[in-house]
Design a protein around this ligand. Structure first.
Ligand code: BV8
Ligand code: ZN
Length: 250
């Protein structure tokens, strides 16, 4: 039995014995679905610098450029499906006490069937008004808008006609307090945490595995390469998430 198989057997037992499991995911979770990560090769930030686009300041200076980037990402997402890793997490939630906290804004966990999970950085399919509380969930009917040419480059609020923005958390913006607090509580209260497909570069999300480890959880990294979090984890599986999560969680 290879080292990985032995680790997988041990992890399957740990999942079965755990009172509470947290799965913390990043962009690598969606890589096998064909969604580019942020910092890897071909990554989203490669041809743009994060601070040039994913900030409120950038949006106010050039809303058309920033909306153009999000529309391009939405259109690319219309072509992709969740992968076996997303589906394994959604199915496991029906069998074990599992809290999913994702940094991803791509909506693929929901598309795979996960419900009641924490979107730490928002959701690319949702929009909110710059001036009033109106939000709009473009979700999957975005396709009709694009094909009917209705997806206007600068969406305006249906209620007050101000500019709408993507409902994602930009750099320098605070995360939703209730969401990050729930994630911290889940991390501090779990026996087992899976850290899947994240470089661990973005705070405060990347603190979750540190909190879990400090509170006594067994922390497992699933990534294709070592990261800033590797030394914080009890064990790292250097395997693609879509391939190894089904073996552990199914
Ligand atoms: C805040 C939404 C304060 C938008 C995103 C200096 C030092 C420390 C911190 C800071 C600093 N300067 C500024 C900060 C804070 C800043 C930050 O952390 N900056 C970092 C970059 C230095 N954080 C913030 O600004 C946050 N807000 O701090 O507010 C505050 C408090 C109160 C009041 C006011 C303000 C907001 C952070 C959220 C930013 N928004 N995205 C959008 O997406 O358009 S961040 C962006 O990065 C995504 O959300 C993404 O999820 C996130 C993290 O990236 P990863 O998911 O890890 O993706 P990455 O590409 O990096 O890595 C992919 C991994 O997958 C790799 O490891 C790869 O090996 C692996 N992989 C690839 N394929 C696979 C795989 N693994 C498994 N299987 C595979 N097949
Ligand atoms: Zn409005």
């Amino acid at each position: 039995m290879g080292a990985t198989e032995a680790v997988i057997t041990d992890l399957r037992r740990r999942v079965a014995d755990a009172a509470s499991v947290v799965v913390f995911t990043g962009a690598g979770m969606s890589a096998e679905s064909g969604v580019p990560t942020y910092r890897g090769q071909g990554g989203l930030w490669k041809n743009f610098r994060a601070q040039d686009l994913a900030t409120l300041d950038a949006f106010q200076r050039n809303p058309a450029l920033v909306w153009g980037w999000y529309r391009e990402r939405r259109n690319r997402l219309l072509e992709v499906e969740p992968n076996d890793g997303h589906r394994a997490i959604a199915l496991a939630a029906g069998r074990v006490h599992l809290t999913l906290a994702t940094q991803n804004v791509d909506g693929l966990h929901a598309f795979a069937g996960s419900v009641n999970f924490l979107e730490l950085h928002g959701n690319i399919w949702r929009e909110q008004c710059l001036s009033c509380p109106t939000t709009d969930d473009r979700s999957r009917h975005w396709l009709e808008k694009v094909t009917q040419g209705e997806a206007d480059p600068l969406p305006l609020c249906p209620d007050c006609a101000s500019l709408m923005r993507p409902s994602v958390v930009w750099f320098g913006e605070a995360l939703d307090g209730r969401v990050i607090e729930a994630a911290f509580r889940a991390a501090e209260g779990c026996d087992l945490m899976f850290v899947v497909g994240t470089s661990g570069e973005v705070q405060p999300a990347a603190s979750l595995p540190v909190l879990a480890r400090r509170a006594g959880a067994y922390v497992v990294e699933v990534n294709i390469e070592p990261t800033l979090l590797t030394e914080r984890c009890n064990v790292s599986l250097f395997e693609p998430a879509g391939r190894v999560l089904p073996k552990i969680l199914a």
